[in-house]
Design a protein around this ligand. Structure first.
Ligand code: IVH
Length: 711
């Protein structure tokens, strides 16, 4: 009985999911849907014997940490050749037709998300793997199960027992805007664009977080051994019948004219779509013709991507204002007549610096071109001189700080002007405090930008050390706060005293010392005292610390005001020492190691073992790697590279033998959080000004960096 009911509920919920997320045509209200879901969840909880990893209840995700295994793609995930030129596209079509005669093409939108490969076995979702390097990717099945438009069980009939279907995980603009608004309110770094947000979300550890972020998935390609189709078009129509979300915006084109029509239409019409696209993909329709054309080393010869030029809009520059960042850097900001661009209304754009403004000869009143690049803040790329008002004059850049009146300075090699009044300039002080309380630093909840401003304007804080002298009765009477928020803030400040040393070091806001550099410094020096006492020469011995960073650190600790703040933070009880477990042995001391493939332990465990025995994990195979620990299904490209560089390759057993007898290896299953090192931060200045929150987040940047680094 129970079993039947569970099955029935699963069937119903799947159908409604499909109606809602794939067809956009719901039959029941959210309320009714939730009631069915709750019934199913209750039954499943009471009857764990009927558990099913593909039950629609998994769509809400779990809080368990995912440890992404690397999976080898059965069919490599190739990329596409691309072009921005219609002439080149026409040449591509002509070349094909010269080789195979007239043939049909399917034109599709190029979705701007992150590629995914879904494997189905007996009609059930078996696995979801990211593109990775095209040869192997990360198993993100738990996360993808939460994406409502991905069918967990197929509908209809005729699907092969085993096949893969590929497509794009997308973040619709509405989800993206909501996510960034939330992150802004929490003082977290914003995602630069929906693509980064989708990729970053997919690599989230907790699938419950993924479930809440509103991802979508559109499929556009099948792969399998004996697919029962003769054309791409036919395969996609079938996929749609099986319950996959396949784009409605596709067309069979018989000639170049029709292809051009499709492109011209969508170059404009895409602005109305609720999700991001960055071009059109043109594919030969007939599978036999595809086989005839074949592949190059990297991409099929039967398909190409035509990329749209970045969207531009023309609007009036109303005025220029100047933002002062936490390091005093001045950024000119364009205030624009609001204009719609790539799905959002743009009111402001960065003008970068004085030089850039002079180069473009930008003047208030001008009609300017605004573009969205890969970053959140749009930029001005040009001026329409034909519309310049007759009485316009060249713009004169400011010479004093707009906030505190201090004359601005320029440092050698830097394009920006700076306000040198670090200790007396309001936005710099507030900016430093906001940086300090960020989630990735001291993570003081309940204190957002507005509250920090409020505290500053009420003379309650002048620097980060003042936070630790705050009392609830000082906060409660302030507007918008009250007793409850005041208590929460004080509790959260108290909790921050337990935040590990490397985050405290990051929170201090030393120039160029980003999150990753702070981690390396903490690992190398183990205490703030050691960092403070280190000479420039000693500092550069730490990984990822170059001379510029070393100079910034020395300069920071030479400043009496900073030393006084540090003295007070120390007295308040913040963590000034790394508290990680001491190493178990020096068996791998100084060794730089890459782990690749699948092992009998999780990859995190392998990495933790390496660290516990003094080794260092590297993400990419390069000349500086001492050896590779290779598990099952290590990527062939990696293997080739290792062989070419003559790097030693160890099996898991050989590796274990190396550390055997040196401590209690393998005994800890804890998440060390020390996964592959991120690409070096701090090699570029920490951004600030209106771009303060722009830089790629580690979360979003990581997947791409990995692809680039490995091959
Ligand atoms: S077909 C063998 N179709 O673009 C090529 N790709 O630049 C299979 N993409 O890695 C890809 N929309 O992530 C195809 N309609 C579409 C696409 C699409 C977006 C992405 C995909 C691919 C990249 C290539």
């Amino acid at each position: 009985m129970v079993r039947e009911r569970i099955e029935e509920l699963r069937r119903q919920l799947e159908r409604h999911n499909y109606k809602y997320y794939v067809e956009n045509n719901p039959e029941i209200s959210d309320f009714e849907f939730d009631a069915l879901m709750r019934e199913l969840q209750d039954l499943e909880q009471a009857h764990p014997e009927f558990a099913d990893p593909n039950s629609p209840s998994v769509r809400v995700g779990s809080d368990l940490s995912a440890d992404f295994a690397t999976v080898r793609h059965r069919y490599p995930m190739l990329s596409l050749g691309n072009t921005y030129s219609l002439d080149e596209l026409h040449e591509f079509i002509a070349r094909i037709e010269r080789e195979v005669g007239t043939t049909d093409f399917v034109c599709e939108l190029k979705f701007d998300g992150t590629a995914i490969s879904l494997t189905y076995e007996h009609g059930r979702l078996l696995r979801a793997v990211t593109r990775g390097d095209g040869i192997e990717g990360d198993d993100v099945t738990a996360n993808v199960r939460t994406v409502r438009s991905v069918p967990l069980r197929l509908q209809g009939e005729g699907w092969p027992d085993y096949f893969e279907i590929r497509g794009e995980i997308l973040m619709p603009y509405a989800s993206f805007d909501r996510l960034n608004a939330e992150r802004e309110a929490n003082g977290e770094q914003l995602f630069a664009n929906p693509r980064n947000a989708a990729a970053g979300t997919l690599k989230q550890q907790a699938s419950a977080v993924v479930a809440r972020r509103g991802l979508d998935c559109t499929l556009y390609q099948l792969a399998g051994d004996n697919l029962p189709f003769t054309s791409h078009w036919e395969s996609l129509l079938k996929a749609r019948e099986w319950g996959f979300k396949v784009s409605e915006h596709m067309r069979i084109c018989h000639n170049v004219t029709e292809i051009d029509e499709f492109i011209n239409h969508w170059d404009e019409a895409r602005r109305q779509l609720p999700f991001p696209t960055d071009g059109v993909v043109i594919k030969v329709n007939d599978f036999a013709v595809r086989r005839q054309l074949g592949f190059t080393a990297k991409a099929p010869k039967w398909a190409v991507a035509y990329k749209f030029k970045a969207e531009q809009a023309l609007t009036r520059l109303e005025s220029v204002s100047f933002q002062v960042g936490r390091t005093g850097a001045i950024t000119p900001v364009a205030n624009l007549e609001p204009v719609l661009l790539a799905g959002t209304t743009v009111r402001r754009a960065t003008l970068h610096n004085a030089e850039q403004m002079a180069l473009l000869d930008i003047r208030p009143g001008d009609m300017v071109y605004v573009e969205k690049g890969g970053e959140i803040i749009p930029k001005i790329t040009g001026v329409d001189l034909s519309q310049r008002p007759a009485d316009s004059r060249p713009f004169e850049y400011i010479s004093v700080c707009p906030e505190c009146g201090t004359p601005l300075v320029r440092y050698e090699g830097e394009a920006k002007h700076y306000c040198p009044n670090q200790s007396g300039c309001r936005p710099q002080i507030i900016g430093r405090i906001i940086h300090f309380i960020r989630r990735k630093a001291l993570d003081i909840e309940g204190l957002g930008e507005e509250t920090v401003e409020l505290l500053y304007d009420n003379s309650l804080v002048r620097n980060v050390a003042d936070l630790y002298d705050l009392r609830a009765e000082q906060l409660a009477p302030l507007p918008r706060l009250g007793e409850k928020s005041a208590d929460n803030i004080i509790r959260s400040i108290e909790r921050s005293k337990q935040v590990p040393f490397h985050r405290v070091l990051f929170g201090l806001g030393i120039r160029f010392v980003g999150e990753t550099t702070a981690k390396y410094l903490a690992e190398h020096f183990r205490s703030l005292d050691a960092v403070m006492q280190a000479s420039r020469e000693e500092l550069v011995e730490a990984d990822e610390v170059g001379e510029r960073i070393a100079d910034a650190i020395v300069e920071y600790f030479a400043d009496g005001t900073n030393l006084e703040i540090i003295r007070r933070l120390r007295a308040a009880g913040l963590q000034f020492e790394a508290s990680e477990r001491p190493r178990e042995s020096e068996a791998l001391a100084g060794k730089r190691i890459v782990v690749s493939g699948r092992f009998s332990r999780s990859r995190d465990e392998m990495k933790e073992l390496i660290e516990r025995h003094g080794g260092k994990n590297l993400a990419a195979v390069s000349g500086s790697v001492d050896f590779i620990v290779a598990g099952a299904e290590m990527g062939p490209a990696k293997l080739r590279k290792a062989e070419k560089l003559g790097i030693r390759i160890l099996s898991e057993e050989e590796f274990m033998a190396m550390i055997e007898g040196h401590g209690e290896e393998g005994s800890s299953g804890s998440d060390s959080g020390t996964g592959a090192p991120e690409p070096p931060a701090g090699t570029a200045p920490e951004k600030e000004g209106p771009e303060a929150s722009v830089g790629r987040t580690a979360e979003a940047g990581a997947p791409e960096a990995r692809q680039g680094e490995l091959f």
